[in-house]
Design a protein around this ligand. Sequence first.
Ligand SMILES: NC(=O)c1ncn([C@@H]2O[C@H](COP(=O)(O)O)[C@@H](O)[C@H]2O)c1NC=O
Length: 511
Amino acid sequence: MTKRALISVSDKNGILEFAKELVALGYEVLSTGGTKQLLQDNNVAVTAVDEVTKFPEILDGRVKTLNPMIHGGLLGKFDEPSHVAQMEEHGIEPIEIVCVNLYPFVETISKPNVSWDDAIENIDIGGPTMLRSAAKNHDYVTVIVDANDYTQVLAELKADGKTTIETRRALAAKVFRHTAAYDAYISNHLTSAIGEEFPENLTVTYELKQNLRYGENPHQKAAFYQKRLGSDFSIAYATQLHGKELSYNNIQDANAALQIVKEFDKPAAVAVKHMNPCGVGTGATIEEAFNKAYEADPTSIFGGIIALNKEVDAATAEKLSTIFLEIIIAPSFTEEALTILTAKKNIRLMTIDFSQAKQDQFNVVSVEGGLLVQEPDRFGFNEADIKVVTDREPTEAEWDAMKLGWSVVKHVKSNAIVVTDAQMTLGVGAGQMNRVGAAKIAFEQAGEKAKGASLASDAFFPMSDTVEAAIAAGITAIIQPGGSIKDQDSIDAANKAGITMVFTGVRHFKH
Ligand SMILES: NC(=O)c1ncn([C@@H]2O[C@H](COP(=O)(O)O)[C@@H](O)[C@H]2O)c1NC=O
């Protein structure tokens, strides 16, 4: 009996060559409307699916292959006597090969202002149904959803007249990954379009961006997956211009650096180590901003990751090139800057489109056995919501310093204290188990520069000890959420020392 292959594809790349080879191998090719037309126009012998189903394509193509003559041919066990008998009884012939790719749902919903109806019309029903039937019956049927697999399938057919069971299993597994991802895009689009936030099932799908050499440590295997419709202002969408492949830790650190530098409109540079900022600088130029970020902590920046929010020019590149850095990420580099920096073999240079403001709707972190999903911490510095709680009002310079500190402290692991002047961080106390401990680290790093500087705290002070330590270090302005039952003790301590303190009413924990 002539073997049959069913081809029904939206993405028609490579399909002519594949179909021609199948015909040459003696297959009868069955096809749906558009695919059939293309094959016919190119003189490839093809049988219309409706000749097999004895039923026309109806409802604008919504029903073409959804028919027992097709699904019987895909799901029947070709050597099981009862199946063979039933297939014969109904005139159903086996289909040995299925090649299907689906309506471009993701491409459709990626278009700006896509309508509900357009999205719905691009939900493929018949295609996934055939893919699933064939994949379930992979003991007998070879199913192809990815054009990259045409070559291997043809090679096996030419060599042995059939594909191997290992290949068919691998292709079937790929199909179920593909249809699961396809359905995830559909369910996510509809769920967010109707405004549901935390549905009973979280259907996420990410695409492999790259296998990594290792994870956080060399004995841990790892890979980087990318969200297809995710934020394009992200390390996953950055372009690498130079240097070796990013590592697992590089990706985490670069992500942290980008989230911080995104806080600033004026030229800013952020140096990150182990996901915490060690130096943040701002200035009139990007060179000045980088100088400040460097000056903030010349020790920790070594081996760090730098994110800059303006084009890197030659002068800045010269400075950057004198330090050992893992990654420099910026909107762009001038030609001269690139010449200077690419002279260093190991440094990774990346660009990212800063005009893309889109942010992921939710942040997701994994815990053993589960996922935590939350909105990103979008709260910034909003002077109108901030209350001065001391007798003394902040000066303009203190406001600027507190604004910088508040923008940075939300990105520092809790308990977090950041000491700043109006242009840069002077001390960062990160990830401490008690707040006064974080403050002491920040003061020690700031040294003499703490005198007249400002302090930002990611959460309220449970008692007045941090304020007292701040006064002793010379801090003159404090920004913190407030909300402790002992707030008054902190306010009294500040008033007694004549320093100023403001409450934001919002906490910025980061774990
Ligand atoms: N409704 C059906 O019975 C059906 N059968 C196959 N399709 C899809 O139709 C597309 C190919 O259509 P055409 O050959 O007309 O260009 C493929 O993406 C295939 O997945 C269908 N369309 C969508 O549901």
